[in-house]
Design a protein around this ligand. Structure first.
Ligand SMILES: [Zn+2]
Length: 157
């Protein structure tokens, strides 16, 4: 039984080891996206208690909890997820004004999208963004420069 358990743990960690090698900014991969931006790092010590995401400890309605979980697990209708289910689906954001083409993924929606409704939300919750992203301002409530995955992870955590 111990051999089976050890093999199962090794295989489970192998899934995450493989996901570590994939950048969600360049590959549309659900597992890599979750691992890079949302996952709580697993402890090397198997006797340590499991750490659950912070939002699960907050006093939020079931509806909000469900929506956060769906967003984290890529169960949403952003273009990069929808494209995986449609033969000729495009990942390009259809909400950004202008000619530039941006992949509409979780990070784009949270930090980069220039849709006026999203910008208004960011202005309203400005205090959440400024500790992490110095480029944010009320006049420009979106980022123009790419940010690294660790910073995105820290913000989402
Ligand atoms: Zn956009």
């Amino acid at each position: 039984m111990q051999e089976f358990t050890a093999d199962l743990k090794h295989r489970m960690r192998g899934v995450w080891r493989d996901a570590e090698l994939v950048d969600p900014n360049t590959h549309n991969n659900k597992l890599a996206t979750y691992h890079s931006w949302f996952a709580i790092p697993s402890s090397r010590n198997e006797r340590m208690p499991i750490i659950v995401p912070r939002y699960l400890h907050l006093d939020l309605s079931k509806h909000v909890m469900r929506n956060i979980s769906k967003f984290r697990l890529r169960v949403h209708t952003l273009k990069d997820e929808a494209a995986a289910w449609l033969e000729d689906g495009s990942c390009v954001c259809d909400q950004c004004p202008g000619e530039d083409e941006h992949v509409q993924n979780e990070v784009h929606a949270l930090l980069f999208c220039q849709d006026h409704r999203v910008c208004e939300l960011r202005k309203h919750f400005f205090f959440l963004f400024t500790p992490f992203f110095e480029d944010f301002s009320a006049a420009q409530p979106f980022l123009l420069q790419q940010v690294n995955n660790q910073l995105v992870h820290d913000f989402l955590s």
